[in-house]
Write a protein that binds this ligand. Sequence first.
Ligand SMILES: C[S@@+](CC[C@H](N)C(=O)[O-])C[C@H]1O[C@@H](n2cnc3c(N)ncnc32)[C@H](O)[C@@H]1O
Length: 228
Amino acid sequence: MADLHDRWVMERRNEHYYKLAKKLHYRSRASFKLIQIDDRFNIFGPGDSVVDLGACPGGWLQVAQERTWPNGRVIGVDLRYIKPLEGVETFVGDITEDSTMMELLRRFGGKADVVLSDMAPNIAGHYSTDHARSIDLCMYAVDVCDRILKKEGKLVMKVFMGDMFPSLERELQKRFQSVKVHSPDASRPTSSEVYVICKGYLAKTRVKVKDVKPKEEKPEFTAKGGVF
Ligand SMILES: C[S@@+](CC[C@H](N)C(=O)[O-])C[C@H]1O[C@@H](n2cnc3c(N)ncnc32)[C@H](O)[C@@H]1O
């Protein structure tokens, strides 16, 4: 009975955000997750420069653009083509490829105030596989921070919760003054996704990504670069 009720609540909530996204011309329901995160954690400021990883279809890009207005700068990258959004730069690339990382650095040509990552792996439906892949993507986002984030900068990143989370959290704690885990109301209640809100980038720690990759027994998720 409780299950049925939970499902009903979840469907109503999904429908609510879906309709609201349409009404407010956001490209995805995910926009509301970032809005709720920003309202609570005060991520953006006017004039901020923002890098959005896994940005397609562009809901977060829209929110980042609105909330850094005026003079903000927003750039997004995704495996998939992002329909043009006026005033926002986007390109197609796989952030796990060195060439994409180089392209990002070339296009951005400076330091960012905020790095966003809503990247999600292709869902295998196998809990520990999806978790490991999510952690792997997160470590690439951390690598982007190490290359592009300003001192005192912020990172908002999605992760699928699981047993490797504590080691990711430790890496984040080495780099940021504050690391908080949050689940916005707009997230599906049944989802294992949470958002990590990191503030106060220390800009000194340079830990090779390959040193903090998931455990040996999952070599298929080993990062390519490391990179410094
Ligand atoms: C949940 S969607 C992002 C939604 C987006 N934040 C929005 O508001 O519209 C996750 C995205 O991560 C992208 N992604 C997954 N792995 C990636 C990778 N290695 N490099 C770049 N993008 C990736 C997927 O293609 C997908 O579009």
